[in-house]
Design a protein around this ligand. Structure first.
Ligand code: ATP
Ligand code: MG
Length: 267
């Protein structure tokens, strides 16, 4: 993965919705970095990651510019999806090809010239770490649920696609195991830039970009002082997940055990 080590993506400032210059000078992102994009509805989060996806050259509504390893992205990178160092996964991602999961992944490997028998099953196994209901190799791509599809695309991007950068736009609503996604992405030395409304997810990244009025308002590097809060949120999140699973399993509840927020509760 020598090529990944040298990969740096740089975002240069553009203009806010009312044409004001953004305040930052540059934002550099490299493999292993985790960055969250936060901000209220309509503040420009999707526009920000979209700029990265299209390798904007001052030609998008935000006027931002993207550099790859300090230079303008080569023409081939812009035109050829196989050469693009970026994979974007949104809530709308669906596979339109009516293929079995195993054939879809094999086809992708073939397109990338990868010959590795076990990689298809490894990729499905990774996807299944993110989903509740397991994906089987013989399932048809078009029959996967939204969450299963996104989980498979994320696993595919990590294991088969060589993209050093993953862009995730609000995938947490799909009910996939988001923290596991982040840790696997880190383990595989990919960078992830994710748009999120989930405070735990946002506080779990190395950096937070705060959007307002179409512009980057602030870049926050957590100093470690938020660790207690993260642990507390994580406990609450675990509790919510536990209940979510029980609700999904059709369980019913009495009002009996009163829940103290922030503590682990055996329901
Ligand atoms: N810098 C900008 N200049 C002009 N228009 C912008 C700018 N940034 C975003 N917009 C426009 O503002 C609208 C809202 O932006 P966007 O979809 O990125 O918001 P969002 O933060 O992703 O919102 P949501 O949380 O609802 O998904 C879009 O039409 C987008 O094109
Ligand atoms: Mg959006």
């Amino acid at each position: 993965m020598e090529s990944l080590q040298r990969f740096i993506i740089t975002i240069l400032p553009g203009l806010s919705k009312d044409g004001q210059q953004e305040f930052f000078t540059r934002i550099d992102i490299q493999p292993g970095d985790t960055v969250s994009i936060v901000g209220s509805t309509g503040s420009g989060k999707s526009a920000f990651i979209n700029d990265i996806e299209v390798l904007a050259q001052g030609d998008t509504i935000t006027r931002r510019t993207i550099r790859i390893n300090g230079a303008e992205p080569p023409e081939e990178m812009v035109r050829n999806p196989a050469k693009k160092p970026i994979v974007m996964i949104t809530q709308n991602n669906r596979c339109i090809a009516d293929l079995k999961v195993v054939d879809f992944l094999s086809l992708h490997m073939k397109a990338r010239g990868i010959a590795n028998e076990s990689l298809v099953l490894d990729t499905i196994e990774l996807a299944n770490e993110f989903t509740g209901e397991k994906i089987q190799p013989h399932y048809r791509m078009t029959a996967l649920s939204g969450g299963q599809t996104r989980s498979l695309f994320i696993a595919d991007a990590i294991r088969i696609g060589d993209a050093p950068i993953l862009l995730l736009d609000e995938v947490e609503n799909a009910g996939i195991a988001k923290e596991r996604v982040i840790s696997r992405i880190k383990e595989h030395r990919r960078a992830v830039i994710l748009v999120t409304h989930d405070p735990l997810l946002a506080l779990s990244t190395d950096r937070r970009i705060v959007m307002k009025n179409g512009a980057v308002r602030e870049v926050i590097y957590p100093s470690g002082s938020e660790q207690n809060l993260v642990r507390r949120l994580s406990d609450i999140d675990e509790f919510v997940s536990e209940i979510r699973e029980k609700v999904r399993d059709g369980e019913q509840f009495s009002d009996a055990p009163v829940i103290a927020t922030g503590t682990k509760v055996a329901a």
